[in-house]
Design a protein around this ligand. Structure first.
Ligand SMILES: [Fe+2]
Length: 286
C-alpha cells in the first residue's frame, strides 16, 4: 500500500526498493513465517478462491522459511511477467502506482514478532507475499493489478486518489468473489488474517454487497478493525473489464457531487448478498 508525506529512506534506491537481503533473516524470523503459513494453509481450502491456491502451487510457495524474492520473481515472471521487490515500508502513491504499472509488486521485507501475531499496523512480508503474490500468478488478476497502477497515475492528475484507493481496498485487500462452489475470499488483507478469513465469510455482522464500481468508490473503509462492508465480484474478468474499459475521468466528475457513504451504509440500489447485523462493530464501539 501507499502513503504520502514520507521521504525516501537512506539506503533505498530512487524507486524506494531495497535489497531483500534474504541471508540476514534469522531462524526465528523463518520460524514465524512457517507458523503463519501453517495456520493459514489449514484455514484457506474451501474459503479462498481456487486461483489463490493455484498461485501458491505454481509459485511453489510453502515452507520452510520466508521466500527469497529472486526465486519467487523468477517463477512469477514465467507465469505472468510480474516481479516482487522489497521496500522498507509504505511508499508514496506515485512510486506505488509506477511499480504496479510496470508489473512490480512492492513487499515489506520484515516479519512480525510473536507479540504482533494477529495485528500489526504496517504490512509485513507475510501479508505482502502470502496475501498478495499468489493471485499475481493468475493472468487476469495480474492484468488487473497493472491496470490499477495505470489508473492510479491518471487519478493523481484528476485529484481522485482517495476514491481510487477504495477500489484497491475493497478488491485487492478485502475482496470476496462468488464462485460455483459458493462465496470465497480473494483479498490479501483477509487471506493473510487468521481472524478475518473466518469473519469475512461466516460472520452475520458485515454487509456483503455486489460489486458496483461507483458505489464502492464512494464508500469509506476502516483501517482499525474488521470491515463492516465487503464487496462481492462475479469474476476477475469483471474486475479487469471495469478497470480497463472505464474512463475514470467522467466517473470521477460524475461522483464529484455525491457524498461519501459510511462504512455500514446500505442503499436501495445495492445487490445484497448479506444484510449485516453489524453486531460485531457495535460490540466493539461500546
Ligand atoms: Fe496489502
Amino acid at each position: 500500500m501507499a502513503q504520502n508525506d514520507i521521504r525516501c529512506p537512506e539506503g533505498a534506491f530512487q524507486d524506494w526498493t531495497i535489497p531483500q537481503d534474504w541471508q540476514s533473516y534469522t531462524a526465528a524470523e523463518h520460524a514465524m513465517w512457517d507458523r503463519l503459513f501453517d495456520r493459514q494453509a489449514r484455514m484457506l481450502p474451501g474459503r479462498v478462491a481456487p486461483e489463490f491456491l493455484q498461485g501458491l502451487d505454481v509459485l511453489r510457495m510453502s515452507k520452510p522459511g520466508i521466500p527469497d524474492f529472486e526465486e519467487l520473481s523468477d517463477r512469477l515472471m514465467k507465469a505472468t511477467g510480474w516481479q516482487v521487490v522489497a521496500v522498507p515500508g509504505l511508499v508514496p502513491d506515485d512510486i506505488f502506482f509506477d511499480h504496479l504499472a510496470n508489473r512490480r509488486f512492492v513487499a515489506g521485507r520484515f516479519i512480525r514478532t510473536p507479540e504482533q501475531l494477529d495485528y500489526l499496523q504496517e504490512p509485513d512480508v507475510f501479508h505482502d507475499v502470502f496475501g498478495h503474490v499468489p493471485l499475481l500468478a493468475n493472468p487476469v488478476f495480474a492484468d488487473y493489478m497493472q491496470a490499477y497502477g495505470e489508473g492510479g497515475r491518471r487519478a493523481a492528475g484528476l485529484g481522485a486518489i482517495e476514491r481510487l484507493s477504495r477500489l484497491y481496498w475493497y478488491t485487492v485487500e478485502f475482496g470476496l468473489i462468488q464462485t460455483d462452489e459458493g462465496m470465497r475470499i480473494y483479498g490479501a488483507g483477509i487471506a493473510s488474517s487468521h481472524g478475518e478469513s473466518v469473519f469475512a465469510l461466516d460472520d452475520p455482522s458485515p454487509n456483503r454487497i455486489g460489486f458496483d464500481l461507483q458505489r464502492l468508490m464512494r464508500t469509506r473503509y476502516r483501517i482499525d478493525d474488521y470491515q463492516q462492508n465487503y464487496f462481492v465480484i462475479e469474476s476477475f474478468e469483471q474486475l479487469l473489464a471495469q478497470t480497463l474499459e472505464t474512463d475514470f475521468g467522467p466517473i470521477y466528475a460524475n461522483m464529484a457531487g455525491q457524498p461519501d457513504l459510511e462504512v455500514d451504509a446500505i442503499l436501495p440500489s445495492d445487490r445484497l448478498f448479506t444484510r449485516g447485523s453489524q453486531a460485531y462493530a457495535r460490540s466493539k464501539a461500546t
